[in-house]
Design a binder for this molecule. Sequence first.
Ligand code: BGC
Length: 368
Amino acid sequence: MIKKFKGLTFLSILMVFALVAAGCNNDGGSSVDVGIVLPTKDEPRWVQDEQRFKDALADSDYSTEILFSQGSSAKEKENVEALLNKGIKVLIITPHDGAAAASAVEAAKKEGVTVIAYDRLITDTDAVDYYVTFDSLAVGAAQAQYLVDNAQGSDVPLYLYAGAASDNNAFLFFEGAWKVLQPKIADGTFKIANSSEAEGLKDSAELSRDQLGKIIGQVTTNWDANDAKNKAQTHLTAAGDDLKGDVAVLAPNDGTARSIADVFASDSVISSYFVTGQDAEKASIQYIIDGKQSMTVFKDVRALVKDAMGMAVEILDGNTPETTGSYDNGSVEVKAKQTDVIVVNEDNVKSELIDSEYYEASEFTGLE
Ligand code: BGC
C-alpha cells in the first residue's frame, strides 16, 4: 500500500517534469511569455497594430499570442484569463473600455504578471504597471490647429465630434483640441454648430473631466463610423443655412472622419469643409490624396510596438524598463513612455508615409 502510494507520487512528479520540460501548462496548451490583447478587428487601426506586432516579433526569442476582444469587455476578460492559463509573464493590453478593463488586469496582477497598457490607459486601478502611448493631447491640438490655420474670416461654423466616452484617449484628444479651439471660439473666428454643451462652456479655457464628459457625451461617435454618419446627418438636418457654407469639422479619427466627410460632401449648402482625422489609415490616405479628407495625424505604430515589446523584453530579462513620464489613471501615477505624432496632409503624405516605407506607393492611386 505504502509502496504503491510512493510509486504514484514518483510518477506524478515525473509527469509534472515532463509537462514543464515540454513548455506546457495545466490547460494542455503551449506556454506563452507575452500576451497581447487588442480591442477590435473591426477597425483597420488595430488590425494594423496586430500586423506590426507580428513583423516585430518575427525573430524574437520570446513567445507571444495576440487576441482580439471584438468591442466586448467580457470577451476581453476571457482573453486575459486564457493567456494567464498559458503562463504569460507580461500582458500588453489595449482596453475596449478603460474602466471596465480594471478587473481583467487585476486578475493578471494577482498572478504576478506585469501589465502594460498599450495606447489606451486602464483607469481607476493600481494594477497597471506601465503605459506606452502616443502624445494624445498633441493629437487633439494638431487637429484643432489645422482647423484654425485654415479658417477664413469669422463666424466659421464649427462641428465638433469626439471618440468613445469609455476611452480615456477621447478625453485627451478633446482636451488637446479644446485648448487650441476655445480662444478662437472666444474671438469669433468659429461659432459652434452642433453642441449646446460646448456652447455653454465656450468661455472656459480649461475644462474639468466632468465638463469634457458632458461635451463628449453629446458629440460622441463611439468610435463607430455608422454612429458618426448618423450624428452628422442629424446635425446637418437641424442646421440652418447660417451654419453651412464653408465649415470646419473636428473629427476624432480616420474611420469617423471618412463617414462624416461623406455626409458633409453630400450637402448642397455646404460649399467647403475642412475635416481632421488620425491614424493615417490607408483609406484615409486615399481620401486625402482625393481631396475628401483634409488631414490625418500619423501615429507610427512601428514605434509603439517597438516600445511595448522593448519594455516586455526588459521585464522578462529582469530589468526595469525606461520610462519618460507618467499618467494619472485616477488611482495611481502610471509610468509611461510616450511617442510623438506627425501631421499629414496632401503636401507631405508622400514624404511621411511612402518614403518612410510605412506604406507602398502602389497601395494608392493618384499619388504624385
Ligand atoms: C486610438 C485611436 C483610434 C481610436 C478608435 C483610440 O484610443 O488612440 O488611434 O482611432 O481609439 O479605435
